[in-house]
Design a protein around this ligand. Sequence first.
Ligand SMILES: [Zn+2]
Length: 60
Amino acid sequence: MALDPQLLEILACPDTHHAPLTYDAPAQTLTCTECGRIFEVRDDVPVLLLDEARVPAEGS
Ligand SMILES: [Zn+2]
């Protein structure tokens, strides 16, 4: 299963920066290039909700 590349192009982080996301096909996740939040892809549907995102360890 893979996301449509055209869909991926229009996807953005739901946070205020709306940064592009990097798709990890094997993991079925989308990672924000700005804040590093990890969003799951469930049944080919990206779950772009801040409440559902996994937040990486706080760094900067
Ligand atoms: Zn983000």
